[in-house]
Design a protein around this ligand. Structure first.
Ligand code: SF4
Length: 321
């Protein structure tokens, strides 16, 4: 019997638009995260390498050191940010068109917390992104504690004519885990905003991490199950790995954190995929980093090898990615 193809985000977009739609990531200077700027915490999530999350951006003059938050009353650099958005989108979309014949795009606001700015700034950036040729919609990466009713309402209006996704970091439904990784919000907050986003008509992608400190496989699968029940439309699964210059690196050095093994990650992932409702599309099944910032586990270095191993395990249960 042929293995059953897992429903991917690419297939969802292909079905909806009749052709491949390319996600174009952009990183806008001036954005930060309330977990880094001290609003809810300092230092960020323990695994987050705050300094290099968006490496070159802080060096862009005159934006160096400039950061927005929800209470910012003015934004003197909006024109600069709009130019940056146009430049990044233009460069990447032209390359995708040249190399892959791409003709349709989703603009992906990826780095930092992309609803954590005054509404007028967000509106200007989202409107600009949607004005580019052949853009069918937006995907906005954020935290559930950093989106306002006003922004949600505006995105809901946009969603009447465009494809509007919000990507929330769920990570774990266990508050003790969220505290341990210094997440700065609880699980009830994520559930509330996912449900509000869905009720407003938006599409939601949930990010899950397997291998968080202190978690058993049963806990990881419980998180996946709850995320599906909250109504996410799409999912990204990640293993937790340790990179240099993070609080997690210190925990690891002290022997207080043991990374998930590849075997356990794959076993958990396969089970999470088997539990997944058919209509929830999959955007990512693993993650890795192939540079010298990776401390552990070493199996997270090569994504191609990981995907090969994952597919071998999926085959055993009659599935493929
Ligand atoms: S929410 Fe994201 S950007 Fe903020 S500290 Fe955590 S991982 Fe880093």
């Amino acid at each position: 019997m042929q293995p059953k193809q897992i429903y991917t985000y690419g297939s969802y977009l292909q079905e909806r638009y009749g052709e491949k739609v390319f996600k174009v990531p952009v990183s806008i200077s001036g954005f930060t995260c309330p977990n880094i700027d001290g609003t809810v915490a300092r230092g960020g999530c323990t695994f987050c390498e705050n300094d290099s999350f968006s490496p070159s951006l802080d060096k862009v003059q005159p934006l160096k050191g400039f950061h927005l938050n929800l209470d910012s009353t003015e934004n003197p650099f909006l024109t600069k940010q709009l130019e940056q958005l146009e430049l990044q989108f233009g460069t990447l979309s032209r390359r995708l068109a040249r190399e892959y014949g791409a003709t349709k795009f989703l603009v992906y606001f990826q780095s930092f917390t992309n609803t954590y700015a005054p509404f007028e700034t967000l509106k200007a950036l989202y409107d600009k992104a949607l004005s580019f040729d052949n853009v069918v919609g937006l995907s906005i990466g954020t935290r559930s504690d950093s989106i306002t009713e006003e922004t949600l309402e505006y995105l809901a209006t946009l969603s009447k004519t465009k494809e509007i996704w919000v990507e929330y970091g769920i990570q774990s439904i266990y508050d003790e885990t969220l505290e341990r990784i210094n997440r700065g919000h609880d699980s009830a907050n994520v559930e509330r905003w996912i449900k509000k986003s869905k009720a407003a008509g938006l599409k939601v992608c949930g990010h899950l991490i397997f291998g968080l400190p202190g978690e058993t496989q049963a806990m990881m699968l419980e998180t996946a199950q709850k995320a599906y029940e909250w109504g996410i439309d799409s999912v990204k699964y990640h293993p937790l790995y340790v990179v240099k210059r993070t609080a997690l690196a210190n925990e690891y050095a002290r022997g207080d954190f043991t990374p998930i093994s590849e075997a356990e990650y794959i076993d958990t992932l396969v089970k999470a995929l088997q539990m997944k409702p058919e209509h929830v599309s999959v955007q990512r099944i693993t993650a890795g980093i192939d540079d010298d910032s990776l401390i552990a586990p070493q199996w997270c270095r090569d994504r191609n090898v990981q995907v090969r191993h994952i597919n071998a395990a999926l085959k055993q249960v009659g599935m493929k990615y």
